[in-house]
Ligand binder design. Structure first.
Ligand code: HEM
Ligand code: HEM
Length: 163
């Protein structure tokens, strides 16, 4: 696989778009959770645009994740910082791939629950939401860790595109 000197404008745009969309999925989750509970209890639920937003947001996240994967395979991503200890290189490699997998599985499990009425899929969705939060926490903590301990500025790589 080739290794460009940095992330492209599109890769950076997609990264922050997915981050914002994921935050929205958590902040505005109550409407779809309420509707799901009502369905489970055999009750009706009132139309709420935030339910639609959760479904559409999830679909958009899946599309962006697939787009990012294509870019990752076609264009490649920059090498990890040279002074990163080998175990951390492995951890970050694993965490980045886990993001792609968990985000895709979130969208698939949510869709199976909502459109297919599969209760087990909702359970998977609920477990994965915790896994995703843990990944985000690890990922965000890695930023100051890189800056303070390893003294390299990885955040800049996700802000300034490489030419
Ligand atoms: C990556 C995309 C997604 C993320 C991050 C996400 C996140 C969440 C979160 C945080 C909840 C709240 C669970 C709770 O009550 O604590 C939730 C619930 C739910 N989501 Fe998603 N979701 C995504 C995609 C989707 C999609 C595409 C659909 C449907 C087409 C969907 C359908 C549902 C349903 C039915 C619930 C209620 C399940 C329950 O409360 O047990 N989600 N989602
Ligand atoms: C749900 C939110 C997020 C997701 C799903 C996510 C996902 C990812 C993924 C998959 C990569 C690896 C890119 C690749 O090599 O393919 C990445 C890189 C990166 N992310 Fe995030 N991210 C999120 C939020 C954040 C936030 C909030 C920050 C900063 C505070 C951040 C900072 C970075 C940085 C600096 C990199 C580049 C690492 C490098 O230099 O290789 N991310 N992110």
């Amino acid at each position: 696989m080739t290794h460009p000197t940095g992330y492209s404008r599109t890769q950076i745009g997609l990264h922050w778009a997915v981050a914002a969309l994921v935050a929205g999925q958590y902040i505005f989750k109550d409407s779809i959770s309420g509707a799901w509970e009502a369905i489970r209890a055999g009750q009706d639920f009132a139309f709420d645009p935030l339910i639609l937003a959760h479904v559409a947001g999830g679909a958009l996240i899946l599309a962006f994740v697939l787009w990012r994967l294509v870019l990752r395979l076609k264009r490649g991503v920059p090498l990890q910082p040279e002074n990163e200890p080998a175990p951390l290189k492995t951890l970050s490699h694993f965490a980045h791939w886990a993001f792609y997998a968990v985000l895709a599985l979130m969208s698939v499990s949510g869709s199976l629950a909502w459109f297919g009425d599969v209760t087990a899929a909702a359970q998977v969705h609920n477990v994965l939401k915790v896994v995703l939060l843990a990944l985000v926490a690890l990922h965000v903590l890695a930023v100051p860790f890189h800056k303070i301990v390893l003294k390299n500025n990885v955040l800049a790589r996700m802000i300034r595109p490489a030419h």
